[in-house]
Design a protein around this ligand. Structure first.
Ligand code: ADP
Ligand code: ASP
Ligand code: MG
Length: 408
């Protein structure tokens, strides 16, 4: 008999029929003797609909009130699922984030979980109930409702699993596991039986939205066994594991991509010590995260050019800040492009192999795709290319590294 935390995403609870199907699945697990905590998202499209309503009132709604609004989506699904369970004779109780004391910091719209007081959940489990918890939401020390950022229900589930010492955290979604790349872009993508935490974290941070980054961080930190599987069909899904357990790792495990990128270039900056800090400091001060950075010194050695990337939502604001800074520093030009994307190869096997970058660049060149920026780390290589080449680039790389074929 195991204690399992299950999370069902938006599509999995997207209609009354789907909610009934989830209730049936939960009942089957319970009939096998397992104790269950179920975390649910809002019905698919609901969070976007609520965001749309808020935007009709204001371009930048007050973050506190936006959280009050967005958290309602999940309150609907916990009630409906609990009703569907009770109808089947399964005792169930629904709780919002604040009711089960999911305590977060006070950063509205992207709060971090600090602590969970799991006593109430434990008491219900002891009493033989299925506990249904609203994903994506918590409460700060002052009692304000907070939300955890898009895709945050994954993190609620993993954090609950950690707090309860659950045997497994199962993320049920509309795909039957983690694939070599998004199967919506490459139909030949292959499901992975296993992927390491390190690789999954890298994939999530580089744009694969199948799991929220913080959920993977949490699972790695607290040793939560994590599995991604389909709510629509039976199967083993993908287990997120520790590297030590693997005998031999494939060279490349997957390809991630991020469409939310924008590139900014500042030309002719006088080259002096401390210039990078002067230029980029004001951007960081505005809470804008800078990703890849490239600096080139002009042949005369007197000026330097900077190119870097930011999130697309921060593009206009970054340009605005830099126009002023660049003028003050005597730079010659600020320009940008918000129609770029980042494509990344991820694999722990890369550590011990040379030549991956060369194969990657050749595959892109053969398709006539120009690389604008490159960055590497031990287990990833990322390139920035024009937005129009995203699908072509990902497919070409998937083929060049034979990711459609099993490595074993
Ligand atoms: P949920 O609503 O259940 O949380 P999401 O839409 O957040 O579901 O995540 C599932 C989606 O993630 C899939 O439909 C798929 O298109 C996308 N995805 C992106 N990269 C991958 C990948 N490497 N493997 C599997 N799915 C991926
Ligand atoms: N409903 C929230 C969202 O759409 C949280 C989640 O689904 O994980 O982002
Ligand atoms: Mg999700």
């Amino acid at each position: 008999m195991a204690l399992i935390v299950q999370k069902y995403g938006g599509t999995s609870v997207g209609s009354i029929e789907r909610i009934e199907a989830v209730a049936e699945k939960v009942q089957q697990y319970r009939d096998r003797g397992h104790r269950l905590v179920v975390v649910v998202s809002a019905m698919s499209g609901e969070t976007d609909r609520l965001l749309g309503l808020a935007r009709q009132i204001s371009e930048r709604p007050v973050p506190r009130e936006l959280d009050v609004l967005l958290s309602t989506g999940e309150q609907v699904t916990i009630a409906l699922l609990s009703m569907a369970l009770e109808k089947r004779g399964v005792p169930a109780r629904s709780y919002t984030g604040s009711q089960v004391h999911i305590l977060t910091d006070n950063v509205h719209n992207k709060a971090r979980i600090r602590e969970i007081d799991a006593r109430k959940v434990r008491a219900d489990l002891e009493a033989g109930r299925v506990v249904v918890v609203a994903g994506f939401q918590g409460v700060d020390e002052e009692g304000n409702i907070t939300t955890l950022g898009r895709g945050g229900s994954d993190t609620t589930a993993v954090a609950l699993a950690a707090a309860l010492g659950a045997d497994e955290c199962q993320i049920f979604t509309d795909v039957d596991g983690v694939y070599t790349t998004d199967p919506r872009v490459v139909p030949e993508a292959r499901r992975l039986d296993r992927i390491t935490f390190e690789e999954m974290l890298e994939m999530a941070s580089l744009g694969s939205k199948v799991l929220q980054i913080r959920a993977v961080e949490f699972a790695g930190k607290y040793n939560v066994p994590l599995r991604v599987l389909s709510s629509f069909e039976e199967g083993e899904g993908t287990l997120i594991t520790y590297e030590e357990e693997e005998m031999e790792n494939p060279l490349i495990s997957g390809i991630a991509f991020n469409r939310d990128e924008a590139q900014i270039t500042v030309l002719g900056v006088p080259d002096q010590p401390g210039i990078a800090a002067k230029l980029l400091g004001p951007v960081a001060d505005a809470n804008i995260e800078i990703d890849m950075i490239v600096q080139n010194v002009a042949p005369d050695g007197k000026t330097t050019d900077f190119t870097f990337t930011v999130n697309r939502t921060d593009y206009e604001k970054t340009l605005e800040i830099l126009q002023d800074v660049a003028r003050a520093l005597g730079a010659s030009e600020v320009s940008g492009d918000n129609r770029i994307v980042k494509i990344s190869l991820v694999g722990v096997g890369m550590r011990s192999h040379a030549g991956i970058a060369a194969t990657m660049f050749r595959a892109l060149a053969e398709e006539g795709i120009n690389i604008r920026m490159i960055s590497t780390s031990e287990i990833k290589i990322s390139v920035v290319v024009d937005e129009k080449y995203l699908e072509l680039g990902v497919r070409a790389l998937h083929e060049a590294f034979h990711l459609d074929q099993s490595g074993d």
